[in-house]
Design a protein around this ligand. Structure first.
Ligand code: FES
Length: 170
């Protein structure tokens, strides 16, 4: 925005909101107002940014920073960043963060199994990449994988969706 120094977008779509995003957006807006910074820092809610498994997510422009897994306890540090301080590195999500590289590794290997993976094989693959079956469940709920019947056997297979392929450029 040409009249603001920073534009903060708090995803308050359903998955982030289930983990408290509305509260974060409200408190962040209030913190900016209380410090009299609202002419330079604009805080808005936004719809999904397709990182639904690791929200609540907060995007800061023009810094090109995505904070993930944000809680209300993180607001003071985020405020310090917004006031010109350092980026809160422990909350940053990027294509090269360890967590994203780990997830990308899983998806790249899963995609090499044409037709999808049986549930046990998906669990084993997840385990090799440092994830558990709860992680698989979260990825399924957030639309990065889907259960679909195999074309020939009709057995349930776990398949990687377009949402995951797009996110990890696979
Ligand atoms: S609901 Fe926030 S990234 Fe999807």
């Amino acid at each position: 925005m040409y009249w603001t120094k920073k534009h903060v977008l708090v995803c308050t779509a359903v998955h982030c909101n289930q983990k408290g995003a509305m509260d974060i957006a409200g408190r962040l807006r209030l913190a900016v107002l209380r410090k009299g910074l609202d002419s330079g820092i604009l805080v808005n809610n936004c719809g999904t940014i397709d990182l639904c498994d690791c929200g609540p997510n907060v995007v800061v422009y023009p810094d090109n920073v995505i904070y993930n897994g944000v809680t209300v306890k993180d607001i003071p540090e985020i405020m310090t960043h917004l006031e010109g301080g350092p980026v809160v590195e422990r909350l940053v999500l990027s294509a090269t963060s360890d967590a994203e590289l780990g997830r990308k590794g899983y998806y790249a290997e899963a995609l090499s199994n044409d037709g999808g993976l049986p549930a046990e094989a998906a669990d084993a693959l997840a385990s090799r990449h440092g994830f558990d079956d709860q992680w698989i469940g979260e990825q399924l709920r957030r639309g990065f994988m889907a259960r679909k019947p195999h074309a020939e056997s009709g057995e349930d297979r776990i398949q990687v969706t377009k949402k995951a392929r797009d996110r990890y450029s696979l």
